[in-house]
Design a protein around this ligand. Structure first.
Ligand code: C2E
Ligand code: CA
Ligand code: CA
Length: 855
């Protein structure tokens, strides 16, 4: 601020200083003007004086000329000889030849005219320009001479001459005339006649005039020419002698000519100097103005930048700090308090290391790194006012005095967000369990530690059985809750050091390291399955889930992560094939089995084309009267090398490979074609895969086989499992309704093995249900609760009746089974005890007799 005011003062002083300068210049101009005027006046005066002086001298000159002429003429006129030789008689010889009064007067005195007139004023002797002529004086003089002659005679007594100024053809001339007298000569006796008169004429020719002027210090004396008359430089001669003129010396003008330029030059110099000074001053002032303006601008810019800095400092979460060479805070910006909650007053003077710590060590160590690049920042930690750890990024710039200045950006949220992103990238968003990425890293780490046979690494691949139906039936929210519940149960079963990762929808991988023997692993698996099998409460329902587990161990099976994962997966597949809800250790031959499965798949493709499939029919009987009511078509595969293969083996392969449609079409066609040859009261029951509901145009296929076989639609029953409805309940319902409109019957197969079957029965248009054979087979087990199973069968039968469904019991293997079914009034039965599945011919033969069954 002090700078700016001093500059402002200097500016105004310059401005004030230029004002007197102008006054001074004006004064100078006045002085110069006055000097000029005085000079002119002086010059004029000088000239005037000179003029007067000249005029005086001109007169003087003319007078002296006149006087000398007068004197000369007297000398010659008052002379006895002249009287004798020019008056008494005119003696030319005496006068001219002897040069007494002759050419010498012209030669010596320059008198152009010399005349002698007698008493009668007749010219008796005349010499013109030094030559004797006989010219009349009055002719030459262009005027009568009587006057001057008489005047001269009048002065005879007193011996005086007269002079006259005349003009001869424009040239002034002086005439001097004197009467010729004997003078003082006593020898001459005057006569009575009037005096003769001697006349001298001095014509003032230009040359003579100029010479005369020069003698008297007057330049270029001449006869004034007409029209050029300047009153100052004229002298008028008496009589009609004319006017003389000369060129005045004009010392005044000389003075002016010399002085004025000098004054002008001086003035010019002064003006120039003033101009230079003014210019310099102006330039200096302008420069000063400019520098002041730029100073003001830079001050404004500084103010703006200060304001900006303040705004930035206040608006951002950054705070600014400064420490001295001893690492003590010397400055903390206002935001410090706002961001940290800490008091600046408390921290000013404190050591920076007391506030901030880095992961690498003391902050002061980082600050003292030689040539530390200023743009590199360091992440620091500190405790805020509430004692919570905050993370801040520090940038620092070393100051000249050894201190450091920098900013501190709070990055706590950023770091946390990054940590969160890192967590999310490594963890499953839904369950919070580690994901495949984390699993991979964990596994790599564990395998690097080189597990041993004594301390193996155990990998469990766990897949939930029948999770998808839950998801579809109860909604994804329920499915998510089931997954979360399962996740936490799984995590509870292992130690903290172990890992439970979710690697797919309902697939988990567990890495366990504290189990050594196969027994211990099996105990763990049992625990896991038991834990998962515990009912999961979703709203007011209880959901039952189970799991299959595949196990691979390092170093026993493999020592590489990918190999372990593959083997555990193969073992899982085996476990699922082995009836689910169980576990399998990876065995070397499992791989071979999978390869075999692939081969089977390609074989099946050929089998459908080559007619290796065969359809068997298992009769179904009405329990009440033992009448055969129909038969279930069961597919068989007569493999050329392997012999007969059960549908439990190849149907899943067909389903997985997409061969199921071809297979099913063949079955439907064969079943209906056979049924067409049966007694009309018998129906044929065909199993459908859930996938057939999703893919392929089931309705058209059914219409096609019905029209192709030409059997009554009511004679075709379709057996579907609840999986159909779990996959896509709405779609299934739609298809089932259309099927019903076609007139075919629909039965729910394997009832009781699923979850919440009862709700389907009400919602879907079933004609019948088939109780899974596991209910009857359980009756045979000694440890089972016979009565409760019997009650369940009875309840199902009651339910079927209530819903007008035909209830069929499967797996009637004994007479007891049949008795029980009769007791609970089950509608129909099917089983080995009644009849095994028969070849088409055998069944046709049996159906032809259509015999009853003994109870
Ligand atoms: P499912 O629909 O439950 O068929 C009944 C199965 O129980 C048949 O086995 C039959 O042979 C067997 N069975 C009948 N009575 C008894 C008995 O008293 N005791 C015992 N233990 N079993 C009895 P199969 O023929 O091996 O068929 C197995 C499964 O293969 C069937 O179960 C069915 O789900 C499927 N399947 C069979 N044929 C076809 C078919 O053409 N299409 C489709 N999609 N699946 C089929
Ligand atoms: Ca069936
Ligand atoms: Ca069945």
């Amino acid at each position: 601020m002090s700078n700016s005011s001093s500059n402002a003062v200097s500016l105004s002083s310059v401005r004030l200083a230029s004002e007197p300068l102008f006054k001074f210049v004006a004064l100078l101009a006045g002085v110069f003007l006055l000097a000029g005027i005085s000079l002119v006046y002086l010059a004029q005066d000088l000239d005037r004086t000179e003029q007067e002086k000249n005029a005086f001298y001109v007169r003087k000159a003319v007078q002296s000329l006149e006087k000398s002429l007068a004197v000369t003429v007297q000398d010659y006129a008052f002379w006895g000889d002249a009287y004798r030789h020019l008056h008494a008689e005119v003696d030319i010889d005496w006068a001219y030849i002897n040069q007494n009064i002759g050419p010498t007067l012209y030669d010596d005195f320059g008198f152009q005219g010399l005349f002698v007139v007698d008493d009668q004023n007749r010219t008796v002797y005349s010499v013109i320009d030094g030559k004797q002529r006989s010219e009349e004086a009055s002719d030459w003089l262009r005027q009568p001479i009587a006057g001057i002659a008489d005047a001269a005679r009048a002065g005879a007594e007193a011996q005086t001459s007269v002079t006259r100024y005349i003009n001869i053809d424009g040239a002034p001339a002086v005439i001097a005339a004197a009467a010729i007298t004997p003078g003082t000569d006593p020898t001459v006796t005057p006569d009575n006649r009037a005096h003769s008169v001697l006349i001298f004429v001095d014509v003032l020719e230009p040359k003579k005039l100029a010479a005369l002027g020069t003698d008297f210090g007057v330049a270029q004396l001449r006869v004034a020419s007409h029209g050029q008359h300047s009153a100052d430089s004229l002298v008028t001669l008496a009589d009609d002698g004319g006017t003389l003129q000369w060129t005045p010396a004009q010392p005044g003008w000389r003075l002016l000519a010399g002085g004025l330029p000098l004054i002008g030059l001086a003035a010019l110099l002064v003006v120039l100097m003033t101009w230079v000074i003014l210019r310099r001053t102006t330039v200096a002032a302008q420069a000063l103005d400019a520098s002041i303006a730029s100073l003001k601008r830079s001050q404004a810019a500084l103010a703006t930048s200060e304001a900006r800095f303040r705004d930035v400092a206040e608006a951002s979460s950054d705070w600014i700090w400064e420490i001295d060479a001893a690492l003590r805070f010397t400055y903390l910006s206002e935001r410090f308090q706002g961001v940290t909650g800490l008091s600046s007053d408390t921290w000013l003077g404190a050591n920076i290391d007391d506030l901030l710590t880095t992961e690498l060590g003391l902050l002061s160590q980082w600050l003292s790194i030689p040539n530390r690049r200023p743009e590199i920042s360091v992440q620091c930690r500190y405790l805020d006012a509430r004692g919570q750890a905050r993370i801040t990024r520090l940038s620092a710039r070393t100051l000249r005095d050894g201190g450091v200045r920098g900013t501190a950006t709070d990055v706590t949220e950023e770091v946390e967000a990054r940590r969160r992103i890192e967590f999310l990238s490594q963890h499953d968003a839904l369950t919070g369990l580690p994901n495949r990425t984390r699993l991979q890293a964990f596994l790599d780490g564990k395998l690097k530690a080189q597990p041993t046979v004594e301390q193996p690494l155990v990998m469990l691949c766990l897949d939930l059985d029948r999770f998808k139906p839950v998801n579809d039936l109860l909604g994804h929210a329920a499915g998510d809750r089931v997954l979360n519940e399962v996740s936490s149960r799984l995590a509870d079963c292992v130690r903290h050091a172990d890992l439970v990762a979710r690697v797919g929808g309902d697939e988990f991988v567990l890495i366990v390291t504290d189990v050594s023997s196969q027994e211990e692993v099996e105990t763990l698996c049992r625990r896991l399955i038991a834990s998962i099998e515990m009912p999961i409460a979703i709203e007011d329902q209880e959901v039952f889930i189970s799991a299959s587990i595949g196990i691979a161990m390092a170093p026993h099976d493999a020592c590489e992560a990918t190999a372990l994962l593959r083997y555990a997966d193969i073992a899982l597949y085996e476990a699922k094939s082995g009836g689910r809800n169980t576990w399998r250790f990876y065995a070397g031959d499992m791989n071979a089995r999978i390869i075999e499965r692939r081969r089977l798949e390609s074989d099946l493709r050929q089998a459908i084309k080559n007619g290796e499939l065969e359809l068997h029919f298992q009769p179904r009987y009405r329990i009440a009267d033992g009448q055969m009511v129909g038969a279930e078509a069961l597919v068989r595969w007569q493999h050329p090398q392997r012999g007969q293969i059960a549908p439990d083996v190849f149907v899943p392969i067909a389903e997985e490979s997409g061969l199921i449609l071809a297979l099913s079409n063949w079955v439907l066609e064969q079943a209906c074609r056979n049924a067409a040859n049966w007694p009309v009261q018998l129906f044929v029951s065909v199993n459908l895969s859930p996938s057939e509901f999703k893919r392929g145009n089931l309705i058209e296929r059914i219409q096609h086989v019905l029209s192709a076989s030409n059997i009554a639609p009511a004679r075709l029953e379709l057996e579907i499992t609840e999986g159909v409805m779990l996959d896509d309940a709405a779609g299934a319902l739609e298809i089932m309704r259309t099927l019903k409109r076609l007139g075919v019957r629909i039965a729910l197969d394997d009832f009781g093995t699923g979850y919440s079957s009862l709700s389907y029965l009400r919602a879907f248009p079933f004609d019948g249900l088939k109780i899974d054979r596991s209910f009857l087979s359980r009756l045979d087990q000694s440890d089972s609760n016979n009565e409760s199973d019997q009650a369940i069968i009875q309840a199902i039968v009651g339910l079927g009746r209530a819903l007008s469904l035909t209830v069929t019991a499967e797996g009637v293997e004994t007479a007891d089974h049949l008795k029980l079914l009769q007791a609970v009034a089950c509608d129909e039965g099917q089983g080995y005890y009644l009849s095994r599945p028969l070849g088409s011919d055998a069944f046709r033969a049996l159906s032809a007799i259509a015999g009853g069954v003994d109870a």
